[in-house]
Design a protein. Sequence first.
Length: 120
Amino acid sequence: MRKELRFSATHEWVETDGGIAAVGVTDYAAEQMGDIVFVELPEKGAKIFAGKPFANIESVKAVSEIFSPVTGIVADINETLLDAPEAINADAQNVFIVKVKAESYADGLMSADEYEKLKK
């Protein structure tokens, strides 16, 4: 697990670089979803809000809402996921879904160690 990431209780990760926050789902979330077959992404320029859904991931099991750990404007989307959504299954904690010009972060984001305890 990448120690520099912060984690939400809903199994998303966030990595900050200056004012830009990359957001993805954890390995645990990807394992729980099963084989991912489709990702619905927000538009660049869309405003997303901490604690609210911003994307959907469809797996062979179900459609899962992905909740944002950050409030801000979508600066970039991972267009690779439109053609290869299974990339999340292969390496979830290194595959971002969106990058956001961050305005604020969700309360209660956890360190890697805190997140590990949550999963148990």
